[in-house]
Design a protein around this ligand. Structure first.
Ligand code: SF4
Ligand code: SF4
Length: 544
């Protein structure tokens, strides 16, 4: 049932700060208790681990190992490729069997580039150098250590965490929010982490606060997790700048902008980020991973995963090494493969159906949900929109989902953008309440994908046009340069011709003078031969 759209102040039991409300939201059945009955245990070590190079938002990592190479547990096997990227590490020791395309957990069902490791069963760690005093490390170096550890947001988005630890010049972080809301039905991995690792989470918060220089930290927990709330409250009892906020359960409270509004009353602007209102959010699992990266020098190689659904023999939470094939988890938890109808990665609201059981667990895999047709009947046939407005009442972003649907359906993508299509967080609240069973989010995803494709095509066309213009410009320039060279040459030739004429004149004159001189000498010689006295005379002159 949807809550009313009005925002107002609220408070919860034991909470020492006021809370606000965001517009809309829904209350789907929780199904949380099914997977919180037993302590978290480690999943079995698989024989083969398949590690996609792209487990995060941004560029895929670049392999730094080759086929046949021996690797140690925790060894980097692929480095971050660019700023928005994340490294991948070997979750166990063994040998690199292959580097190639394998099925991955993705809505498209396509394969992607992966490194395959055959485990040697020995779990031999790479050499580690834990940090004893994190306060001795400057925030910039600490961000780099977190980057090297391959840590990404573990709430499901997979954004490289070190980027969110760099607020930028002049930006002040008033509040660090630790997101323990986990509002999606069925998923309980954060709940169990808070119950079992409170001190490790607090240790991670200290590091995050140091890196961000954040003034305070609020750990947000929904009131459907009373054990986690009690345990975390006890853990922060002696902390001055860390408090726990208990928030009334409502979906999708765990979304960044909605949670910022609930805890601070501030609205993050459209196209803006929480840092623009002085807030940074990290998931509780991310804080735990940061603690292990700094205090134990362990990169991100595993996570808590909720294994649940009515097709599972055992519903629980497991600590799973990345690269573990989902089929191994189904086997370990005795899934009823004959009754299994839908296999979902993530929750029922924002997760996606798997096309294969062979895809591996990755950094963003928070839940494996295996259901039968009894628990999750097939989607009913979509009917025409009756303009009831129910979707609008529950939209947490205050959008007009029916308008988005009409324009997406009619391929009027510009109009859809005018209705702020890209502010849609794809929470599924609108589709959840739609009496006509219209798969609204699928239309929004389709419209976004088409717009991105058109923009890519436009970028390509712009690039081609710029190249063409550059080529024309270059040809014109070369033509002008050729013309200038020709002109200069002509001028040189013209100037060279005048000079040559002058030179010819001089040489002629010289030649005439030389000829005249030769003639004079010859004439004198002839005269002397004809008059011998002149020679005697000359001889006498010599005797004298
Ligand atoms: S809830 Fe469904 S039927 Fe009602 S206005 Fe929205 S899209 Fe149309
Ligand atoms: S999926 Fe988008 S349009 Fe629908 S309720 Fe969520 S934010 Fe609003």
């Amino acid at each position: 049932m949807a809550l009313s759209g009005s925002a107002g102040q609220e408070s919860g039991p034991g909470v020492n700060a006021k809370l606000w409300r965001f517009h809309g939201g829904v209350h789907p059945p929780q199904h949380k208790a099914e997977s919180t009955g037993a302590p978290v245990r480690r999943a079995r070590l698989p024989k083969r681990l398949v590690l996609p190079l792209h487990q995060h938002i941004g560029e895929a990592a670049e392999p730094v190992v080759v086929k046949g190479e021996q690797v140690l547990k925790g060894q980097m096997i692929a480095r971050a490729n660019g700023y928005v990227s994340a490294a991948v590490h070997a979750p166990t020791s063994g040998v690199v069997l292959d580097i190639g395309d394998y099925p991955v957990a993705h809505p498209s069902g396509l394969s992607a580039s992966c490194i395959v490791i055959e485990s040697d069963g020995e779990e031999r760690w790479v050499e580690r150098t834990p940090v004893e005093d994190y306060t001795a490390i400057n925030p910039s170096h600490m961000r780099n250590m977190i980057r090297e550890a391959g840590i990404v947001g573990l709430g499901g988005a997979g954004f490289p965490s070190f980027i969110k630890l760099n607020p930028g010049p002049g930006k002040v972080v008033d509040t660090l929010i630790l997101n323990g809301i986990e509002c999606e039905p069925y998923i309980t991995c954060d709940d169990m982490l808070m119950r079992e690792r409170p001190q490790d989470i607090i240790a991670g918060i200290h590091i995050l606060r140091h890196a961000l220089q954040a003034k305070e930290c609020v750990i947000a927990i929904e009131d459907n997790k009373p054990d986690a709330y009690r345990i975390m409250s006890e853990a922060v009892a002696s902390e001055e700048k860390i408090r726990v906020a208990l928030c009334p359960t409502i979906y999708p409270q765990g979304s960044e902008k909605q949670l910022v509004q609930v805890l601070t009353g501030k609205e993050v602007p459209s196209n803006g980020l929480p840092i623009h209102v002085g807030v940074v959010l990290h998931n509780v699992g991310t804080a735990y991973a940061v603690h292990r990266a700094i205090h134990l020098n362990e990169p991100l190689i595993s996570r808590y995963v909720t294994i649940t659904g009515d097709a599972m023999g055992q519903t629980c939470n497991l600590e799973v090494l990345f690269g573990t094939p989902i089929i191994d988890l189904l086997d370990e938890c005795a899934a009823d493969m004959a009754r299994l109808d839908r296999l979902i990665v993530g929750g029922p609201m924002m997760g996606f159906a798997m096309h294969t059981v062979n895809a591996p667990v990755v950094k963003t895999t928070n839940c494996v949900l295996a259901t039968t047709t009894q628990a999750m009947p097939a989607a009913q046939t979509a009917m025409p929109c009756i303009r009831c407005g129910a979707c609008m009442d529950v939209c947490p972003v205050n959008l007009l989902p029916q308008q988005l649907y009409w324009h997406s359906h009619a391929k009027e993508f510009e109009r859809a953008q005018e209705y702020s299509l890209f502010d849609c967080i794809e929470c599924g609240c609108c589709a959840y309440v739609c009496p006509s069973n219209i798969p609204l989010v699928q239309y929004y995803r389709y419209a976004k994908a088409e717009i991105w494709a058109q923009e890519r095509e436009k970028d390509r066309a712009d690039l081609a046009r710029r190249r063409h213009e550059f080529r024309i410009e270059r040809m014109e320039r070369e033509k002008a340069e050729r013309a200038a060279r020709l002109q200069k040459k002509k001028a040189d030739v013209a100037a060279g011709g005048t000079k040559q004429k002058g030179d010819d004149k001089d040489s002629k004159k010289n030649a005439i003078q030389a000829a005249v001189e030769r003639a004079r000498v010859k004439k004198e010689a002839v005269t002397n031969e004809a008059d011998p006295s002149s020679e005697v005379e000359d001889s006498d002159k010599k005797l004298d």
